[in-house]
Write a new protein. Sequence first.
Length: 471
Amino acid sequence: MMRLLALGGYFYQSAAAILLIFAISHILPPANYTHFSLALASSQLLGIFMFEWLQLAGVRFLAAARGEGAARLRASLFIGALISAVILVLVGSVASTAVALPPKVAALGLALAVLQGLTDLLFMMVRVAGRLGTAGVLLFLRASILLLGAVGGALIGADTASTLLGSICGYAVSLLIGLIVLRAPFRPAPLATLRADLWDFCRYGMLAAGASVIHLTVPVTIRFIIVGHLAADPAASAGFSMAIDLLQRPFSVLVSAIHTINYPEVVFKFEHESEMEARHSTARLFDFVICTTLVLLGGLIGFLPDAGRIFVPHAMLRSFLDAAPAAATFYFLHTHLQATLAVIPHLRKSALRLVIVAGCQLAAVAVVAMVAVARDASPANVLVGAAIATALIMVLASGPTIRFRATPRAALLAAAALVALLIGSFCVLNSKPLPWLVAKIALASVTTALVAWRGDFLMMARRAKGAAQAE
């Protein structure tokens, strides 16, 4: 039940983020929405650049720690986060003079990055401590508060700065709630031990975080290349920006949720149990991630025309629908390169390999995007080229995963692929009659539930069997 609640928290967070994008796009003019989109993407990039190393190190080390060791690691992580926040503000203040954003917007973006990084770190500590239900509730609360704050700021000020200020207030409230709820002990270590902890975090975490930053830079690079090319057409630029904003979230949030539920167990088995147990646990993680994202890809493609007609402003609709299917496909591949194929290198602490793979993807995608734009390709074709380049890097980077032999279930993968094709085919069907739209949603829900039941992703059947045997 706690796994289900944690997963529900991530789904709700994703839904709230999607609703936020639609709401802001209706409130702000297209030019202001583009500025908001760029500022939000830049703040996320900065937050990952400065805090992701602590997130990754925290999950990798805290998941295997217990008692006093865990309390010491939490204190060291929090001290590292404060140091990162100070550096981010100092360096970001200087670097913000070189970006094409108003100084006020750039400053608010820095504040947003700091608060998001600190909040994510606290929530990670709650999850790794095994309090999945509490973590799910925290995600529900934060998503709701952020939605209210950003929409309220946009309604009051009707500009980019007010919208960002509303988001900052939402993160500040969420950070305060996280501090109250955490309740886990902190044991500050002596200076020598603190330095040793920070060095361990840096040695693994910074390289792994560097890979995450490079991966995040890939869609940001595509965004700047295409937005620059579409500067004379604000509506087309805004529609493309909405597609990029909207379709990155479902995959990243879903995979983050699955990793939250399963990855600590994978780490523990890899560190403390047999290789066979570790391989089995990792294979089940791969089952969960690949099957659910396949079905999600089909659902996004199948229902994007319906969602676009209902929620997207008319001025942006055409460019949004042109770019959205390609954006969904690109993010499906991008997420698996960044997360799924990185599991084994993370377990082996082979962080340098992650950096090399991410750098290869960035170089390949940047070259493809620039060549495509130079040949006056449409945003959708640029994204198709980026997806092909990402797929090629995935093939080249799959060696460690293949050698580990954590094999997903072939029959389950085939079933998920068939369901994804079925749901994706809904995009060609007319949904204007409301009963037909409801029927499509019902069919998609039933087939998705069948895949989830067949995979037993939340291990409910296994837990019930274990309880029966115990009795």
